[in-house]
Design a binder for this molecule. Structure first.
Ligand code: ADP
Length: 169
């Protein structure tokens, strides 16, 4: 059932609750890629029980990075941030699962790694705010916008994993 549109997916899997279709945009930023933390980050989302439905490695242009961070355009660090995001490969991903937007942010930890709890991705793996290795959408609207910015619909898959009945009951 690969690449079925969402509506067909829901019809096919009516017994699985619709909340499961929540999706969020997650990116390993250039520092995380350079430090060899791609698999570590994927692993944390995967082991939790979330499902990877899109992934690619891209070097965004500075203009694209600015679009991604448009909400921060008035911040003093906006230019440096856009420059940094476009400085090398980024692993762009879409993860799916119940509560994945909010819980994904918990897995990631606070923006400033000095304030992120141990056990979170930033808490365990990063030290300063300008090199905090990962991005995650902060709400349903931004998740939708960011997924649309980074991915074409045909780059995302819809499928049922055999583990779902063990993850969701
Ligand atoms: P988050 O990534 O946790 O959603 P924000 O949306 O507030 O956080 O900021 C986006 C990114 O901008 C952060 O992940 C961080 O890389 C960078 N950033 C935030 N605050 C600062 C700062 N004070 N100085 C430098 N970079 C910052």
């Amino acid at each position: 059932a690969l690449a079925l549109p969402a509506a067909a997916y829901m019809l096919q899997d009516q017994e699985v609750h619709a909340a499961e279709l929540e999706r969020t945009f997650i990116a390993v930023k250039p520092d995380g890629v350079q430090r060899g933390l791609i698999s570590e980050i994927i692993s944390r989302f995967e082991r939790k029980g979330y499902k990877l439905v899109g992934i690619k490695v891209v070097v965004p242009s500075k203009e694209f990075a600015g679009k991604h961070y448009h909400a921060l355009k008035d911040k003093p660090f906006f230019n440096g941030l856009s420059e940094f995001l476009s400085s090398g490969p980024v692993v762009a991903m879409v993860w799916e699962g119940e509560g994945v937007i909010t819980y994904g942010r918990k897995l990631i930890g606070a923006t400033d790694p000095q304030k992120s709890e141990p056990g979170t991705i930033r808490g365990d793996l990063a030290v300063v705010v300008g090199r905090n290795i990962i991005h995650g959408s902060d709400g349903p609207e931004t998740a939708k916008d960011e997924i649309n910015l980074w991915f074409k619909p045909e780059e995302l898959v819809s499928f049922t994993s055999n583990a779902e009945k063990w993850i969701y009951g």
